[in-house]
Design a protein around this ligand. Structure first.
Ligand code: SAH
Length: 210
């Protein structure tokens, strides 16, 4: 599938029916989602891989991974309504994705989800609840050796410090996230936020480490 066709397919998907500010529910726009997914595809991290989307929302990233030939895709979100929309979106494109209602902060989640080859995610940036992204990063690094995540532009240094000795950032792709007026605190009809897609490569733990 070409980038343009992936973008067109993702464009058809339904967004959040009633977005919740506290959960920072912003659907990744199709061009940005397609850019992340294609980048991961070209790195060999999607096709025939076991992929997990954390905070899957309405399913854009998870469904895109399945369209690009992932073997098995799971999407995890805390919001039941978002999961319902995601399931309907997957059905619309006749795509097989397992969507699970769960909180990424749940310590039992790694055991129930099992390991993946690749995590893809657009976590809350922590604008509503400070450090909301940290549990996403922690879980991602537990589940998979490779993670692709969208962050606010300029976050790389923080992510590098936060994941020190657990992961290294080995790819960096810039992008734009247009946010339409959604919540009462939005002052513009559309606001363009600079973002960066980071590839986090887990550092294998040395068996000799103390
Ligand atoms: N991945 C989707 C949605 C991004 S918005 C996309 O790219 O379009 C962030 C998502 O994280 C929302 O769907 C929100 O419900 C979910 N979320 C927020 N806190 C969560 C938590 N603690 N556990 C699981 N999902 C959470």
């Amino acid at each position: 599938m070409k980038l343009k066709h992936l973008e067109m397919a993702l464009q058809q998907l339904t967004g959040f029916s009633c977005p919740r500010a506290a959960l920072e529910q912003y659907q990744t726009p199709a061009p940005l989602a397609a850019r992340l997914l294609f980048h991961a595809l070209l790195k060999g991290d999607i096709k025939e891989k076991n992929v997990c989307d954390l905070g899957s929302g309405t399913g854009v990233l998870a469904i895109g991974a399945a369209l690009l030939g992932a073997d098995r895709v799971k999407g995890v979100d805390i919001d039941r309504k978002a999961i319902e929309v995601a399931k309907a979106n997957a059905a619309l494109l006749d795509i097989d994705v397992e969507f699970v209602i769960a909180d990424v902060r749940d310590a039992a989640l790694p055991a129930s989800l099992g390991c993946s080859d690749t995590v893809i995610m657009n976590p809350p940036f922590g604008a509503q609840k400070a450090h909301a992204d940290r549990s996403f990063i922690d879980l991602a690094l537990t589940l998979a050796p490779v993670t692709y995540s969208i962050f606010n532009a300029g976050s790389a240094q923080f992510i590098k410090t936060y994941t020190a000795e657990r992961a290294e950032i080995d790819e960096h792709v810039g992008g734009i996230f247009p946010i339409k007026r959604t919540f009462s605190f939005h002052t513009q009809d559309i606001q363009e936020i600079g973002v960066e897609i980071l590839r986090l490569k887990r550092i294998p733990r040395s068996i000799h480490a103390p």
